[in-house]
Structures are given as C-alpha cells and as structure tokens.
Design a protein around this ligand. Structure first.
Ligand code: SF4
Ligand code: SF4
Length: 327
C-alpha cells in the first residue's frame, strides 16, 4: 500500500548527451531505451507515483513522448541540459497536455555564465536560460532550476541563487555533488563552507512558493521540508552516518536503457527487468542492501530524490517537519 503510494522510479531513457559536464557521474554510452522494451518495463514496474526521467539528455530520445505516455498516472519530472530550446519546447507542449498539472521540468544551471560554462561547456548558460524562459511560458508546467553544489559552484552560489530567484522559476533545487564526477578536481565543498552559507541559502529557498499559493499550508510544509532536507544533508556529512533509514529497495527503482535495475544510482544493478519479474528483483534489492549494511553499517547518502521518500516515510522526520524543528 505504502509502496504503491510512494514508488519513485528513475528511468534512464538514454545514455546519449550533447554535453560533457565536469560534474557528471552517469554513463554516457550510446544506448537509447527501445520503446518495445520500455513497454515491458512499464508493465513490470506497475503503478509509479513519481516518474523521474533520466539520461543522458532525455530530449535526445526520439520516442520521449511515447515513453512518458506509458506512465499516464504518474507525476512526471524531466531534467534537461536545455541546449535545444526549440525541440524541448515542442515536446513539453505535447507532454503538458498529457500530464496536466503533473509535469515538472528541471533546467540545469550551475552558476553565472563563467562558472556554468567552465563546468558544462561554452555557450551552455545562454541556451539553458533561453530554454528556462520558454518553459516558463508553457501553461501547466512546473519549472525549476537544478544546481550542483560543489567546490566550483559554492563560491558564488548565494548571489547566483538570488539571480535565479529573479528569473522566477517555481523552485530551485540544490544537489550536492555525488558519485564520481567526470572531472576529479570537482569535490564537495568543505563542510564549514556549506554551513557558513546555510542561513542565506535557506532564506532564499524559503521565498519560493513551489507552485502553491503564498499562504497555502502546503507551501509552509514544503518550506519546512526543504529546510529539514538541507539540515539532514549537513548532519549526514558532519557525522558520516545515516539519520533517516534508507528504504530504497521498497520505494525506489533505477532502470537503465537496457532494462537493468538497481535500488539507487550509486549502487550496481541487481538484475534486469526484461529478464526477471519485479518481485524477484525486489527481493534481491533487499538482500543487497542488507548485505551491504551488515558489512558497512546503515547506508547513507545525500541524494535528494531518495532522501525525499525516506524522510516522508520516517515518523520522527515527519513530526519534526510538522513542528518546524531541525533534525
Ligand atoms: S550532467 Fe547531464 S547534461 Fe551534463 S553530461 Fe551528464 S547527462 Fe549530460
Ligand atoms: S542510502 Fe543512498 S546510497 Fe545507500 S542504498 Fe540508499 S539511496 Fe543508495
């Protein structure tokens, strides 16, 4: 029951990408998910509350609309590097009609032009801004900016966040760099530096309405949740231990273009959804995490997507968010 209500899937529809960002940690081979495979994958995944399309650059997939259409009841999020505004705009207009009010687009921007283009490539800042503006003009679409927080972006993060705020997206997500970035010079900033900018970061994030009205209770809860999430990140990094038990085997699935499946993007696949039923793979995911935790202790990470559902199903965290207190 809980699983059906919460299930979150990251569906990597392609490995292809036009960019080579220094912060990137995903495989950039040449594979696209085949539509006939996606159909089988969709039937085996069952009901998905939140479908997070992943890549590569999802808009390079020639059947993106049809692939998303396999999950008509899900909330849909698509990240994009924003480098092909025309194609992205056309595709999003069609998807907005299919996923009325349930479609979120996340445009990646890592800083002002010089910082962004040093990480993501020359000219990428302007193209991404063009895409952001275009997406904001499409009715029924929630638009957010994704920024990777790392050693290269932290120095001007706060002024950049103010700038993003002035562009009026619905939200700005901060993602602490994770995995093994393609450029090994990219690292997590020192914890002291992250803590030093925390009050300003939270002030700015607190001004967003997340697509809700200014005085909506939902907006207040989301604001508290975002504060809690950020503090959990810092506490996890500071103590190097788990504060919210990971429920990835039950609540998350990451599916790659060839159908292979893992419990999160940081763990290896446990099998292939095109070859085995979900129940078998779910048992294997549970066994995998149990084995890992027996050896290393409770697993922890600072991945927003996974932490989100872990927090939302963790009674102590729910209480803290309702009361507006830090973890
Ligand atoms: S971070 Fe995204 S846009 Fe950049 S190379 Fe990786 S997949 Fe492409
Ligand atoms: S804690 Fe993070 S890294 Fe560990 S299994 Fe869960 S989602 Fe994956």
């Amino acid at each position: 029951m809980l699983q059906a209500r919460m299930k979150h899937v990251i569906l990597h529809v392609t490995e292809r990408c036009t960019l080579r960002c220094k912060t990137c940690f995903v495989n950039k081979g040449g594979r696209d998910m085949r539509f006939e495979d996606a159909r089988v994958i969709a039937s085996r995944l069952g009901r998905v509350r939140w479908m997070d399309i992943g890549g590569g650059e999802p808009f390079l997939h020639p059947d993106l609309i049809a692939l998303c259409g396999l999950f008509p009841e899900s909330d849909l999020t698509i990240p994009t590097n924003g480098q092909d505004p025309e194609r992205i705009g056309e595709t999003v207009r069609e998807l907005a009609a299919l996923f009325k009010g349930r479609l979120t687009l996340a445009v990646s921007l890592d800083g002002f032009e010089a910082v962004n283009d040093a990480i993501r490539g020359p000219g990428t800042y302007r193209k991404a801004l063009q895409t952001l503006e275009l997406l904001r003009s499409i009715p029924g679409v929630t638009v957010k900016v994704n920024t990777v927080v790392c050693s290269a972006t932290l120095p001007e993060l706060v002024p950049f966040m103010r700038h993003v705020r002035s562009l009026r997206p619905d939200y700005h997500s901060l993602l602490l760099v994770r995995g093994t970035p393609d450029d090994c010079a990219i690292t997590l900033p020192p914890l002291d530096d992250l803590e030093a900018v925390t009050p300003e970061i939270l002030d700015i994030l607190g001004t967003y309405s997340f697509g809700n009205g200014k005085y909506s209770p939902l907006r207040i809860l989301k604001k508290r949740y975002q504060r809690y999430l950020w503090h959990i990140h810092l506490k996890t990094l500071r103590t190097q231990r788990c504060w919210v038990p990971c429920k990835a085997p039950y609540l998350h699935r990451v599916v790659y273009p060839d159908g292979s499946l893992s419990l999160c993007e940081l763990m290896p696949p446990v099998g292939n959804l095109l070859e085995e039923p979900m129940e078998t793979l779910e048992k294997r995911m549970c066994a995998f995490l149990e084995g890992y935790e027996r050896e290393h202790g409770p697993c922890f990470c600072t991945h927003n997507c996974n932490l989100g559902e872990n927090i939302q199903t963790h009674p102590r965290s729910i209480l803290a968010i309702l009361l507006g207190i830090a973890p």
